[in-house]
Design a protein. Structure first.
Length: 293
């Protein structure tokens, strides 16, 4: 189980997602076999809209936990979940030795009508948390938005609801992706004033291709600073140079976050082990130490 106490060091973690095709499952295992060499503090596994990838999530999380011997953090979404489904998933995770979950509201699946979405059993992640806690000793992480949740009226309202969610029993927070560290630092000051003191892991997505600024970034509600826009304008048509420049931008973000004492850095890997390893090698020492043992 993940430690509930911040140990005074910046943790390193990352996210992977289940492949859409069943026969691609071994590709994610290969990716994880490379990432585990970094000795990350944990690896999270996403959960498809409405639970569409729930079985794959549990299977991949079990591989991380039991084969890679790295703490697995399984995503769990409120949308499409009822109490029986929640209990079944928790039982399955515990049976596989997984005791860490990331409680999320989740997006509306394309197959779910507006009426079904409006009348969902669990409305928000905050509704999941008390139910998860009654199932036994489970480490529960939650999500937060440094640049305001797209459905919130303003940041004050957003942080008010976040505080309510934290008070229901969260052990840590992982931020949505952001590209300007000053936005994160300002957000942290506001969390401190609101009495939110649990560890916050900064979510970093390396932009290694110009097309990444499409749906993913748009859904996250993240702004794109001029420095990153300039990189894309300069290298967007050259994949090799764009990848190199995008990794360098992420490295600079992570180095600055570490220098300013962030609790943790969480890399949105897009299942790219080489990108994750490059960032880790430039900003965390343990990879080099592992290679020489």
């Amino acid at each position: 189980m993940l430690s509930k106490a911040h140990e005074g060091k910046t943790s390193f973690s990352c996210e992977v997602f289940p492949p859409k095709r069943n026969d691609d499952i071994y590709e994610i295992y290969k990716t994880l076999d490379e990432i585990k060499l970094l000795k990350p503090d944990f690896i999270s596994v996403t959960y498809g809209a409405g639970g569409s990838n729930s079985k794959k999530t549990a299977t991949i999380a079990a591989y991380i936990q039991n084969i890679c011997e790295v703490e697995a953090l399984a995503h769990m979404t409120a949308v499409g979940m009822d109490e029986a489904g929640l209990n079944s998933l928790l039982f399955e995770l515990k049976k596989k030795g997984i005791n860490n979950v990331l409680a999320l509201r989740g997006d509306q699946p394309k197959t779910m009508s507006d009426e079904e979405f409006e009348n969902r059993y669990f409305r928000y992640a905050s509704d999941l948390i008390p139910k998860i806690k009654t199932s036994g000793d489970m480490f529960i992480a939650g999500a937060c938005y440094p640049e305001v949740h797209p459905e919130s009226a303003n940041q004050d309202e957003d942080i008010k609801y976040l505080k309510e969610k934290v008070d229901k029993g969260l052990d840590c927070l992982i931020t949505q992706l952001f590209f300007d560290n000053n936005i994160f630092y300002s957000f942290m000051e506001k969390l401190d004033k609101a009495g939110i003191t649990i560890p916050v892991h900064a979510g970093i997505m390396p932009i290694t291709g110009a097309n990444q600024l499409g749906t993913t970034v748009k859904l996250a509600g993240s702004s794109v600073p001029n420095a990153l826009s300039s990189i894309i304008a300069k290298y967007g048509d050259n994949p090799a140079d764009m990848k190199k420049a995008g990794i360098e931008y992420a490295i600079n973000q992570v180095a600055d976050l570490k220098a300013n004492g962030v609790a943790g850095v969480h890399i949105y890997t897009m299942n790219k082990a080489d990108v994750t390893m490059a960032i880790h090698e430039a900003t965390f020492a343990r990879y080099n130490e592992t290679c020489t043992e």
